[in-house]
Design a protein around this ligand. Sequence first.
Ligand code: GLC
Ligand code: CA
Length: 528
Amino acid sequence: MWFQTATFYEIPVHAFYDSNGDGVGDLAGIHEKLDYLEWLGVDCLWLLPFYPSPMADGGYDVSDLTGVAEEFGTLDDLRALLDAIHARGMYAMADVIVNHTSDQHPWFQAARQPGSPSRDWYVWSETPERYGDARVIFVDTQDSNWAWDEVAGAYYWHRFYAEQPDLNFDNPDVREAVKNVVRFWLDMGFDGLRMDAIPYLYEREGTICENLPETHAFLKELRAMIDGEYEDRIMLAEANQLPAEVVAYLGDGDECHMAYHFPVMPPLYMALRREDASDIVTALEATPEIPAGSQWGVFLRNHDELTLEMVTEEDRQFMYEQYAPDPAMRKNIGIRRRLMPLLANERSQFELLHGVLLSLPGSPFLYYGDEIGMGDEYLLRDRDGVRTPMQWKGEPGAGFSTADPDRFYIPLVTDPDYAPEVVNVESQQADEGSLLRWVRTLLADRSRLPVLGNGSFALIDTGDPAVLGYRRTNDEADLTVLANFATTPRVVSLAAPMTEVRTGRSLGETIELPGHAFSWLAEHTGAI
Ligand code: GLC
Ligand code: CA
């Protein structure tokens, strides 16, 4: 159950650290930065796709599902990295991207040939009318889920970019090949697999082609295989869906071990600007119980746009007005900005959201660079603006690479408020009052409180809509969390005299929370 108390940290390989000075981050670069990651106190490193890829979709368009992109290193570099991660008592997670491949993948190249015996590995049609009830996901660039292929003389199905044809899961050979991909990475030593774009595996006429029973049946088959052949490995579902559909990916404890809690993410941001936590309460109330042995993955930001696909039209407009006033900040149905710029560079808002994130039911996923408050370059192509090089030092090149910054795979942040001279690891490590040091302390506090990972969850009525309250309870501890989403101070009565577990401050039966403050509390007699 390591994943229930772990903190996850998301790393785009190309953007973390460049070990050989070619301007592209690499696996050996991550290896060199393990001291930092261990010092920070994260437990599981999620490596974004490192596979060979034409990079039409940031590496989510894979041309070899069991290889390593040349610019990132070799399979041996990866093995060495995994060994080093494990030697430090940490874990590693990789993406399994099997809903689709790159159109450059040999499977697609073979399937499209006239008369190909493997035509059936992908999803073809004579007309672009099939499966008309399925939505388009990348609405900014795609107007159909079908693309015409000259060589095949047919349309092929793609839920994302046209460069990403969907595999046909009705074909048993495809399912077998996918299982072998999973085995390959588990044999290599990965502890967890993030199942990318998992709602879309199967297509059926007359449905929206998402969350189909066949998809769940295949995931159960995969889980049974993993449980039968490996120990202590996990599957994480990336399913951006409404609560009832997301929870289905945990099955009866026989499907994925984890699923991202997409529904609670936008409400955290809405609550800040509305100075009212009701949207969070509604999302948590709508969240069904999850099977024993499973876990939510909670997050504030990631490498994609802040998705608004599953919120109401009214909330979507509110989010756009508040957080993406410039239309260029919007991408597909979401916002392509990083955490700190979303929060107007206000540390109190950052701290509030982390105090909540790290105590919500689930395991937190941090996005690289957010721990130092990195900014974005939202005018860059697609979602590249939130994937800029990690800022290690306040020097040209940001300590990311010795290459000429003009050669960086994605350019550095230039916004003067967030440029490397202002925002970097080195200066924040040296400064006890820095954001980075604050995050590190909070992570350490969390790891001393396993109840935050595995405890039960119950909302508390605080009597003030601006103040979110809940309890986390297990056999050893009973923790109360209060979080003030208003900018003004609020007084909340407590069930009993309590102690602030992070500061040791002793309280009576009330607490005054300054604007945007949170508190983790336990009764004086509590065992914490
Ligand atoms: C997931 C990834 C995203 C990618 C998409 C298609 O949503 O997070 O980056 O574009 O899948 O693979
Ligand atoms: Ca490199």
